[in-house]
Design a protein around this ligand. Structure first.
Ligand code: COA
Length: 184
């Protein structure tokens, strides 16, 4: 998907640029994926599972940018990478093509500044413009900041998956399934 960069001033006065990830971002993006996944228990992936190279990441970004149904956006705050968000189709079959999945992760130090709302807002606008009718996500049921962000942007909880994630210590986390209509 194409995306025109957007610049905004955050409530703390810092400047936030939302733009599409490009192949040149591969190394920085890979580092941030490893670092951010180690900062929170709420993500599915763990740092050691991010085992691909910057070259492979660059290839993936190029393929995504060439695809009409996929987008990876980055948020930069005063020039520093704050986080990323992705949208992709829920399935390749014709009967699933109206649905998309979204995902967002920021560095903890950039949380609570309004970056998540800006980044996800832009991603959802781009998803709607690309023809998606419904955005979907799952979120750990105790991830209060994320659930608050999703509700603020119009997502509703429609169900749950008990024991969706199992941690190394044997404990579990449930997923809440959330949906937002992009119609209208
Ligand atoms: C979830 C996440 C993207 C939210 O982004 P953020 O930039 O912190 O959110 P924002 O500052 O834009 O806040 C948007 C709204 O969310 C809510 N919110 C944000 N932080 C919150 C907190 N700590 N507690 C409760 N509500 C919170 C508020 O309603 C806020 O709106 P308001 O500013 O008008 O009050 C971010 O916390 C994050 O990346 N967390 C780690 C990774 C993660 O959990 N990703 C989601 C996986 S499903």
């Amino acid at each position: 998907m194409e995306f025109e960069p957007k610049e905004s001033v955050l409530k703390n006065g810092m400047t936030c640029v939302i733009r599409r990830a490009e192949a040149a971002d591969a190394e920085r993006l890979l580092r941030s994926q490893k670092e951010t996944s180690g900062e929170t228990p709420y993500l599915v992936v763990t740092p050691e599972e991010i085992d691909w190279t910057a070259e492979e990441q660059a290839g993936r970004i190029k393929r995504w940018n060439a695809a009409p149904d996929k987008l990876r956006l980055l948020a930069e705050v005063d020039g520093e990478l704050a986080g990323a968000a992705i949208v992709c189709g829920a399935g390749f079959q014709n009967r699933l093509r109206h649905r998309c999945s979204v995902d967002i992760t920021l560095y903890q130090k950039f949380c609570g500044m309004g970056v998540g709302a800006l980044l996800l807002g832009e991603l959802l606008s781009a998803a709607k413009a690309a023809g998606y009718e419904q955005a979907e996500l799952d979120v750990v049921s105790t991830n209060t900041p994320a659930i608050a962000l999703y509700r603020k942007l119009g997502f509703e909880a429609v169900g749950a998956i008990p024991h969706a994630m199992k941690y190394q210590d044997g404990s579990y986390a449930d997923f809440l399934l959330m949906i937002k209509s992009l119609l209208g």
